[in-house]
Design a protein. Structure first.
Length: 435
């Protein structure tokens, strides 16, 4: 009888300890297992099974730590647990737990002081890794972030449609790089006093445009304000990405206050409805925490989506680009062989209507980049970037010349012809000052 009582007490102690660990704020939590997420693709252009050994030299996932806050609502969103009906905030009750994962520019976690209020009030989980600062190599930095994300996904039903990767300065650039490479895992990205560019793969650009929201934050005194406000933000908007640029008064190169984050997260959450609709029609556009696919399963699901897109004229081009992505990302798998077979079949056809879509897309990106780089290069630059003006002006001039040579967009051609003399004069003036 005493043994039974002792066992029950022990079980209750373990249960209470587990609940205490699962809910509330913890300054340090250790990752339990290596990530199952495709961190390699975010660091490369293929999903390699054996990445270079030096990428993770000296790194052990099970020693990686992170700061964590889990709201009490997490008790109702355990892994693989679903409920019916609607939650109070209008989201589906089985959607899972929203998350902000914040990447620091230094080796200590950051962001909790500014996000604490909004996370506590709105039931949002928060995490920030140790040792993922600017002095860490990019592959290892990416691995750390995805080790933390997958550790959370193992413990809780994390809502991919409301998972936001955030970061300050260099951490913001990493956040963009990961999110733009693996958009299926996220609902959006919050780069603070930094920005990022889309990947080169057309199908990934399409996925970002269709799925993600980008909430860029800068300050009136931030030396990266021009890059964010005049270059990265407008360019993403012209590409078709749902983008919002917030300029905070009296903020330098730093992290803004709670109100700014509350407004930004509210805007990000407003896009969740469309993300859910996209996932309903194209399930491969989202990787929920209920199951993390293997390389083979993920390649197969993207292949199937690509094939389904080929059936409609308006999505034919995006389908072909998705098949190209499967072929390039997983060259060793059967899905890649099948994608290649289909692509060769379409390439052998006499009529190729998708080629016009390809040219139109390249033209749209060219014009957007020309306008954004022009605005950045010709505006005020901080001392840190003044010596880069010459290269930026030359790049903007070359882009406008390509737009004019293409000659298909009348307004863009007029803009280019109007801007070229001014940019050329600025370039000459900049050269004279350098002498």
């Amino acid at each position: 009888m005493k043994l039974k009582l002792l066992t029950c007490c022990l079980l209750l102690t373990i249960l209470r300890s587990t609940l205490a660990e699962d809910v509330g704020y913890q300054p340090s939590v250790t990752v339990r297992e290596s990530t199952r997420l495709d961190w390699v693709f975010a660091a490369a252009n293929q999903s390699l099974t054996n990445p270079p050994a030096e990428w993770l030299e000296g790194y052990d996932s099970t020693k990686q730590r992170y700061e964590l806050f889990v709201p009490a609502a997490a008790k109702a969103t355990a892994p693989k647990t679903k409920t019916k009906g609607k939650a109070k905030n209008g989201e589906p009750a089985d959607a899972g737990l929203p998350l902000v994962l914040f990447i620091s520019a230094g080796d200590q976690p950051t962001g909790w002081g500014q996000l604490q209020t909004v996370c506590q009030q709105r039931g949002i989980a928060f995490a920030s890794p140790f040792g993922a600062g600017n002095n860490t190599s990019m592959p290892k930095r990416i691995r750390i972030v995805l080790d933390v994300l997958d550790d959370l996904r193992r413990q809780h039903r994390i809502d991919a449609d409301r998972t936001y990767l955030a970061g300050f300065s260099g951490g913001g650039r990493v956040a963009c790089g990961i999110t733009f490479a693996l958009p299926e895992l996220f609902g959006g990205v919050i780069p603070v006093c930094a920005g990022g560019d889309l990947r080169d793969e057309p199908w990934l650009r399409h996925r970002v445009i269709d799925r993600l929201s980008v909430a860029m934050i800068t300050g009136t005194g931030d030396f990266n304000r021009g890059e964010v406000e005049r270059f990265r933000g407008p360019m993403l908007t012209d590409f078709g990405v749902r983008t919002k640029v917030t300029v905070v008064e009296k903020l330098g190169h730093g992290i803004p206050d709670a109100k700014t984050f509350a407004d930004v997260i509210e805007w990000l959450d407003a896009g969740a409805v469309d993300r859910r609709k996209l996932a309903a029609s194209h399930p491969a556009s989202r990787i929920g925490s209920e199951a993390t696919p293997t390389r083979e399963a993920w390649a197969k699901s993207l292949l199937a989506e690509g094939q389904s897109r080929l059936k409609e004229p308006k999505t034919l081009y995006s389908g072909l680009m998705q098949l190209q992505g499967v072929m390039q990302r997983w060259p060793d798998l059967k899905a890649a062989d099948e994608a290649k077979r289909i692509l060769l079949d379409y390439e052998a056809r006499q009529e190729k209507p998708w080629e016009e879509d390809d040219i139109d897309e390249q033209r749209r990106f060219l014009i957007a980049r020309a306008r954004a780089l022009d605005a950045y290069a010709s505006g005020e630059l901080p001392p840190q970037y003044a010596n880069q003006r010459k290269d930026m002006l030359e790049a903007a001039i070359n882009l406008w010349m390509l737009v004019i040579q293409d000659g298909q967009d009348d307004k863009a051609v007029d803009d280019g012809q109007r801007r070229l003399p001014k940019l050329t004069a600025m370039l000459a003036s900049d050269g004279d000052q350098a002498k």
